[in-house]
Design a protein around this ligand. Structure first.
Ligand code: AHM
Ligand code: MG
Length: 338
């Protein structure tokens, strides 16, 4: 048997995000390194936000900011801090020519018109949880621009559709901080080691269990949900499937990705397209989910096939393990047949 300190010395610290990205880039002969740099810039901003989220109770960053966002929702101070940090990181990094953020109505030009990528993001999702120390997250979605390099980016660069994403991911500020992303070759997760200031590879090939173990939705909207949603939830409950709902999208999604489950934000009577935003919430999560072996639907079509028309449009989201998503779709079919 080895002594504990020998174990400590023998166990490697692991592969950093930096090294992992470099290795992956080397696998693609025509890769220029720009997307790799963009992912590094996002990781850097994630580390900065992580620091601010961790100190939130001590510093003066909690509470409401003095304005509302484009959706008419109250902005939180940390929402705005995250927005500013990400935009700055992308501007300084030089690989994104424009950014779309939940916190701004129009496009944000970075001044890097020669860059070939655009990024849509929700800098800090779940902001109602900020002040009560519950996990929150950042979501991002990356496209290769369709307008000529050197010109100003336009709406067309962001309204290409979910299947044109070249990378997507999230940072979860939870009991540990994680960066999870895909470039269309599976899903990889990294865990932040604060004492070293690095993300380390922790989840090399994330696959969602095919059989879901929990359902996640806001049951407070029960009477506003369509009949097919209530039929599905009743069936879950009859089988004793546990409900788990944090009300923080990235955290609910991450749990379901790791342990198997389904997340629903369907249409309600008050919000006929649901609440979540297509470009920077639904698309990236749907891309990740398909890459992890799961499914994402609006109830009538795959989320990635929804045609985008508006930067901040909303979209119903049902996402998770294939068995539960298929069961939900069977309820949709039964409702429309009956
Ligand atoms: P936000 O982008 O304003 O933070 O809203 C998105 C959040 C998600 O994190 C979460 O899943 C959902 O809103 C919860 O909404 P509800 O309180 O209606 O259940
Ligand atoms: Mg948000």
């Amino acid at each position: 048997m080895t002594a504990p300190d020998e174990d400590l010395i023998a166990s490697p610290v692991g592969i950093t995000l930096e090294r992992y990205i470099m290795r992956k880039q080397a696998e693609f002969p025509f890769a220029t390194g720009e997307l790799s740099q963009l992912l590094r810039d996002i990781a850097l901003a994630g580390k900065i936000i992580n620091r601010e989220v961790n100190r939130a109770g001590l510093s003066d960053v909690t509470g409401a900011f003095s304005r509302q966002n484009v959706q008419g929702e109250q902005q939180q101070r940390l929402d705005m801090a995250a927005h500013v940090r990400f935009v700055r990181a992308l501007r300084n990094g030089g690989q994104a020519c424009a950014v779309l953020s939940e916190e701004e109505e129009g496009l944000i030009y970075t001044g890097n018109d020669h860059a070939k990528y655009v990024v849509a993001m929700d800098p800090l999702d779940g902001s109602s949880n900020i002040d009560v120390n519950v996990s929150i997250g950042t979501l991002f979605s990356i496209y290769c621009r369709v307008t000529p390099v050197g010109s100003k980016a336009t709406a067309a660069d962001f309204l290409q559709g979910g299947r044109r994403q070249v990378a997507a991911g999230y940072v979860l500020y939870g009991s540990s901080t994680m960066l999870v992303y895909t470039t269309g070759h599976g899903v990889t997760g990294f865990t932040y080691e604060p004492s070293l200031g690095e993300f380390f590879l922790s989840h090399p090939d994330l696959r969602i269990p095919a059989a879901g173990r929990t359902f996640s939705c806001n049951e407070g909207y029960w009477y506003e949900y369509p009949a097919y949603v209530r039929a599905f939830l009743e069936s879950c409950k009859r089988r004793g499937l546990p409900g788990r709902y944090i009300g923080s999208l990235v955290a609910d999604y991450h749990r379901n990705l790791l342990t198997g489950g389904i997340y629903l934000y369907p249409p309600t009577a008050a919000q006929t397209e649901g609440k979540l935003r297509l470009l920077y919430e639904c698309y990236p999560l749907a891309f990740l989910m398909e890459q992890a072996g799961g499914e994402a639907t609006t109830g009538t079509q795959a989320v990635l096939d929804v045609v985008p028309t508006d930067f901040h449009q909303r979209c119903p989201l049902v996402i998770g393990s294939p068995d539960l998503v298929q069961e939900l779709l069977a309820c949709v079919a039964a409702a429309s047949a009956g």
